[in-house]
Design a protein around this ligand. Structure first.
Ligand SMILES: [Cu+2]
Length: 160
């Protein structure tokens, strides 16, 4: 079988089975990331499908995960975890979800999840008020989301 037909088969299978196979992803809350970045979510950017779940794992203590006001798609439910505890969130509405660690928001501890390949709320998300370091990191993540979506890359950090 050629590579192309294998790919097409996979794509077809995905289309048929997607709703029944919601995936679970993990984001670790870390004092130090693999890139030596202090106070960070890893991976900081995730691309998932509607209905998928993300588990924010308290790999290091003293962090939490909370959606950032103004950085959610219309009608999406905000989420807020507790310090040093795991939290699982299922994302149903397509769009961009910015989130933060409250104690380290000022140090730029933020992350971004793109659901269903949608950047519909990009402009609104860009206008959310944040501390300078958080804005700096979030801007890079939003750029990555846009680039990823334009390129139809699909690989964006998926762990199946
Ligand atoms: Cu933190």
């Amino acid at each position: 079988m050629t590579r192309l037909s294998t790919l097409m088969l996979c794509a077809g299978a995905l289309l048929l089975t997607a709703p029944a196979h919601a995936a679970e992803f993990e984001v670790k809350m870390l004092n130090k990331g693999p890139d030596n970045q202090m106070m960070t979510f890893n991976p900081p950017f995730l691309k998932i499908q509607s209905g998928d779940t993300v588990k924010f794992v308290a790999a290091d203590k003293g962090h939490d995960a909370e959606s950032i006001p103004g950085m959610l798609p219309d009608g999406a439910t905000p989420f807020k975890g507790k310090i040093s505890q795991d939290i699982s969130v299922t994302f149903d509405k397509p769009g961009l979800y910015g989130y933060r660690c409250v104690p380290h928001f000022g140090m730029g501890m933020v992350g971004l999840i793109e659901v269903g390949g949608s950047t519909a709320n990009l402009d609104a998300a860009k206008q959310a008020k944040m501390p300078p370091l958080a804005t700096k990191r979030m801007t890079a993540l939003l750029d990555e989301a846009v680039k990823n979506t334009t390129a139809q890359a699909g690989a964006g950090g998926a762990v199946h």
